[in-house]
Design a protein around this ligand. Sequence first.
Ligand code: ATR
Length: 274
Amino acid sequence: MSDLYCVFGNPIAHSKSPAIHAAFADETGQDLRYEARLAPVDGFLQAVAEFVAAGGQGANVTVPFKEEAFRLATRLSERAARAGAVNTLVFNGNEIFGDNTDGAGMVRDITHNLGYALAGKRILLLGAGGASRGVIAPLLAENPASLFIANRSADKALALAASFADMATVDAGNFADSAGKSFDIVINATSASLSGESLPLPPGIFVAGGLAYDMMYGKGETPFLALARAQGAGRCADGLGMLVEQAAEAFFVWRAVRPTAAPVLAELRAKLGQ
Ligand code: ATR
């Protein structure tokens, strides 16, 4: 019997994770099966219990269960503790280990796939929800020159920045507070792209050689990336690379073997027609 893994989410039918992990298993010669499992919104714990009873060894967790997975874990990685959310679980006897590979996946996509070093760079992070919280520690670990968190409601950004004060000085405010500054890397961690909405960003924040990065992806350009391109960002990238790299990092957590993300990413891009 192959080792069993899955992704829990709601909805989950359109998840790309089963295809990504099947490709990783092929590439690395690992004998595993990976399924998408729909958990009822109020039935995550039950779904996990059933999966473990069926022999499940590990799982990814996506919307809306990442905070519940965080609470379920009996042991957390440092990065998951910082993120306040778990996207990767390992079931080992009575222990449930919770990890979070989202931030590492984004950092690897930016530094490795896109070739932008983060060290010494001025970074603007848009949004102060879970997606933003999940990437802050891995971003700070790269030693950027500065990090500014801008959010529609400034108080959430200020509170988030304060919770990382032991790691670095993080500035924060609303979108207008970023006016007059420019940034080498601007990352959209708001959910505005999901609803097709643009952000009220002040002009002049993007620099010519800089990177605009949207954690979201889809067919066509997101509103944030369209705005960034119009305002002169040097390079625009969506979150498809982050999706594949967080999966590669989760695969490594489970199997201690690191798959190469690039061919899988190229295939997904081809399917999206990009
Ligand atoms: P996630 O887990 O995806 O981060 P979340 O915790 O609900 O989701 O956070 C959503 C983030 O997107 C928040 O920063 C939210 O801003 P507020 O804190 O001011 O609500 C931001 N957001 C969502 N829609 C937005 C929009 N249309 N314009 C600006 N910011 C938006």
